[in-house]
Design a protein around this ligand. Structure first.
Ligand code: FES
Length: 317
């Protein structure tokens, strides 16, 4: 059973706007009801013909209460959500949108916030920077892109945060050198937030860990698991509390198998990004397929929605 029931709203597309040749913003509003408040770093899920797609809200969480805005890069995949939004969704149309969720929250314990963005990965940081700026907290943005014209919200960010925004449009090696230098020179208590293409995120997460940043100071958001298990195999699982043993087929997740068996596991995203479906691993070997849990946590826990056992495992829900 899910931990909460998400409410869906029929929202009207108020306006769309190109902010780079490949990135378009979409603003949604309700004609009949008040929209739920959202926190910095939140995202919404859109029900599209090809399935649910999640996008970060880029509005100011303390000022924009009557609309939700997202920015979508057209990745050009035929039949994909971004291509559908770019080519078929026009002002005046109605889209079903779920109430906002937030798996990428600002950490209140941080002494300083450092945002590392590449490309469309800038989107969650727009609401975060607006919030921190209103509340007078210290932050810096390091934003890598191929050029100013390809860099979404370049002028707005530059104007709004002249002292905190730093842009990197140079060659990749030079970019890496500069960003690594930034990461090497931070005060204790700095929290790093990373968002961008998987390779970018993997690189800087590993780099930060190598520098000794504690796992709990490194935050990232991706709306898909960082890796997918090739040719998933069936495995056996025993759930300790219920003493039930079941088989997880190669084409189903552990979460699905547990729910089918009547074992209640809370869940939300089903993509390995929220941690809601975490279960304890008592015995056996696990193929972890996410970057939500720290390496330490992975020794005794797993996310039932994306990770799999090998052979036979015992878990506790
Ligand atoms: S349901 Fe979100 S990580 Fe599994």
């Amino acid at each position: 059973m899910n931990t909460f029931m998400q409410k869906y709203y029929q929202l009207k597309v108020q306006k769309t706007e190109y902010v780079t040749p490949t990135i378009k913003t979409f603003t949604f509003a309700s004609e009949s009801e008040k929209l739920p408040h959202f926190g910095a770093g939140s995202h919404i899920s859109l029900k599209l013909p090809m399935g649910k797609r999640q996008y970060s809200l880029i509005n100011d969480p303390l000022q924009d209460e009557s609309e939700y805005t997202i920015a979508v890069k057209n990745v050009g995949t035929e039949g994909g959500g971004s291509s559908f939004l770019h080519h078929h969704v026009k002002p005046g149309e109605t889209i079903e949108v779920a109430s906002p969720e937030n798996y990428f929250q600002i950490r209140t314990e941080a002494r300083r916030h450092l945002f590392l963005a590449a490309g469309i990965g800038i989107t969650p940081f727009l609401s975060m920077m607006a919030f921190l700026s209103h509340t007078g907290q210290s932050f810096d943005l390091y934003y890598a892109g191929s050029s100013a014209s390809e860099c979404a919200f370049y002028s707005t960010i530059k104007k709004r945060y002249p002292d905190q925004a730093h842009f990197y449009f140079m060659e990749r090696e030079q970019k890496e050198k500069e960003l690594q230098n930034v990461l090497r020179n931070q005060c204790i208590g700095t929290h790093i937030y990373i968002c961008g293409p998987s390779a970018f995120m993997d690189h800087y997460i590993t780099y930060c860990k190598g520098l000794g940043y504690p796992d709990e100071n490194i935050h990232s958001e991706r709306f898909r698991p960082s890796s997918t298990i090739q040719n998933p195999k069936a495995f056996q699982v025993t759930e300790e509390q219920s003493a039930k043993t079941l088989y997880v087929n190669s084409n189903q997740s552990l979460l699905e198998a547990l729910i089918d068996e009547g074992i209640t596991v809370p869940y939300a995203c089903r993509m390995g990004v929220c941690g809601t479906c975490e279960v304890e691993v008592c015995n056996g070997s696990v193929l972890h397929n996410e970057t939500f849990l720290t390496e330490e946590e992975k020794k005794e826990k797993m996310l039932a929605c994306v990770s799999r056992g090998e052979g036979a495992i015992t878990i506790k829900v």
